[in-house]
Design a protein around this ligand. Sequence first.
Ligand SMILES: NC(=O)c1ccc[n+]([C@@H]2O[C@H](COP(=O)([O-])OP(=O)(O)OC[C@H]3O[C@@H](n4cnc5c(N)ncnc54)[C@H](O)[C@@H]3O)[C@@H](O)[C@H]2O)c1
Length: 303
Amino acid sequence: MRILVTGGAGFIGSTLVDRLLSDGHDVVVVDDLSTGSHRNPDAPLHVLDVRDPALADAAKGAEVVCHLAAQISVRRSVADPVLDAQVNVQGTVNVLEAARRAGARKVVFASSVAVYGKPPTIPVPGDAVPDPRSPYAAGKLSAETYLSSYRALHGLEYTTLVLSNVYGPRQSPDGEAGVVAIFTDALLVGRPTVLFGAGTQTRDYVFVEDVVDGFARACGPPGDGRRFNLGTGLQTTDRDLHTLIAAAAGAPDLPGLAPARLGDLPAMAVDPGPARDGLGWQPRTDLATGLKITVEWVRGHAP
Ligand SMILES: NC(=O)c1ccc[n+]([C@@H]2O[C@H](COP(=O)([O-])OP(=O)(O)OC[C@H]3O[C@@H](n4cnc5c(N)ncnc54)[C@H](O)[C@@H]3O)[C@@H](O)[C@H]2O)c1
């Protein structure tokens, strides 16, 4: 089938493009190349802002739209909430308009665990009530509600995938799981690394190939407007993450310590159970294996 991937030159989007092409789909990419640069020559690229009305032309013939293009930085959303809303809310509405006009069957949307705020229960269950605490989180949740309204109004199906901290080859140090890229880059060249607080903060790291498997699965079934967490349910401390990356890089495991940063969430993990039941999805790559693959990729792409 023909699938449009917005943000298809980015970290997760380009990995998804490769996966969809290898599954035999006809893939079209829209990306403004503001942060993304990874291109697959077998997928035509429209260099376009998702807010541009010309998106409707790029969507022509698409049966499914995977919407990953976004302003991805929580810190930037705090500094410039208007820009964040323009790209992540207005941009999503424009994607929905383009999908509707193209007669697409379904939209698969990349949301974020940021929508859960500071959750009372970890791992966060699939039916947790969102509690956005940043403009980025508010924008993602707002985009989710637009998906729901388009389904009610136009019968446009959707699946929302709530991504935890995604890591893997092609990741830049700026994203939500940027710490993997930051530690990897530094440890491979012998630069000092720093842990904030005592390194006890936890995150749920999920390998990019597993995440794109979730998207590929979500392109298939009708959708019924459900949202699924794509994470492992496991918490990894910054300290343990450092140890694993240092081992994969063959570097000393000797991070410096700095005071905890105000506003940093102490813990996060999400329950992947509903994605297993609804999509037949499960994370298959354990963290040590995924980090080895990532470190080898970075080593092979050193400038
Ligand atoms: N990486 C993570 O851990 C993580 C976690 C939760 C959610 N997400 C979501 O997954 C999606 C992909 O994130 P990523 O980590 O691959 O980031 P990324 O920056 O590598 O990819 C985003 C892509 O969108 C493009 N883009 C940005 N603004 C655009 C615009 N206005 N018009 C067209 N294209 C635009 C960028 O050029 C880039 O290629 C995003 O929606 C992000 O919010 C990522």
